[in-house]
Design a protein around this ligand. Sequence first.
Ligand code: HSE
Length: 381
Amino acid sequence: MKIGLLGHGVVGGGVTEITDSCKVRKVRRLEVTKILVKDEWELTDPRCTQNAEEILNDPEIEVIAECMGGIEPAHTFAARALESGKHVVTSNKKMFATCAAELLGLAKENGVSVRYEAAVGGGIPWMSNLERTERLEPVTSFRGIFNGTTNYIISRMEETGAPFAEHLAEAQSLGYAERNPVDDIDGHDVRYKTALTALKAFHTIVNPDEIPVMGIRTISPGDLAWAKEHQMAVRLFGYGKAGKDAVTLWVMPVMISAKEVFANIQSNFNAIESESKTLGKAVFVGQGAGALPTAHAVVQDLLDIYEEKDPRVGELVNLPVVNSEEKWQFYIRTAVPAFFAEIAAEQEGNVVFTRELSIQEMFELLKECGDESVFAAVVMK
Ligand code: HSE
């Protein structure tokens, strides 16, 4: 099966490293014949070209593996590939979370597949396990750590007691962070992954902008110490729950019991949990970022296409995102504790521990409070 690879950076480079060296007979059949690169200095392999047309118009190429990142031109290339009857595998959560409705529609019209295992959870077989669960029963909820960069930063802060900024640079140097680390730090990366998980698990197209998001930009060693004193740990979570006519989806730091598996997830690892009726809770742990784990997921998708294992995409719906029903207690560390007095169950200095309220109410208050250094977390004890 001839493959056109778009992008030869961290993930794309990992894909050729695996496909060129793997000795497994089936993987040897996955032949990357052309590679699109952006800059002249990347023309390091005879298969490389800077001309996308050479790949998109090559009738021998059956599958496009898109590992470019960013929305354009990745979206246009993916759409053109599908229109010309090529399957698409993508590791690009931002592009696919933004353009899924259109691209899945094109795939259906043209009788081809779009797979996106590598876009969520790096190397963890998350999407494929959601597909397996669904063969028996609907997935009812999911939650967990979807971002390697922020988990690396938080767990390093736990180890060293040093502030956030000191560990961000480390995560970047290890190749975990996005080109623009703001997407990691402010939770947008988890937002895309939460939208894509909702797509796979709940069959709903969600505009990522509808998912309330708070990242870890303002986290301090004091917040981690407070959590530890109360037998908890801080982690950045994506969360989803299926309702009848709506879905609950949010991205926010949580304080979770130190006994839970999530509290012990270190470095760039992700831990993502699905829940369904007979399987119950199942947690998948693995490297959520990095070249080879993510490339592994791309190659798995290529193999699924080679083996014609792509399950049919059922009907998709457009359920609204509603975050007003479930109630939680929250930890808030703020320069303006008096602002939160009405919702406080307890207050110790600049820390407010709230009574139960919804994510929607919490986000409204955080927006209104005017404190740019505020840090808040859902308490999931
Ligand atoms: N920047 C992402 C992360 C890469 O840190 O998880 C994998 O999606």
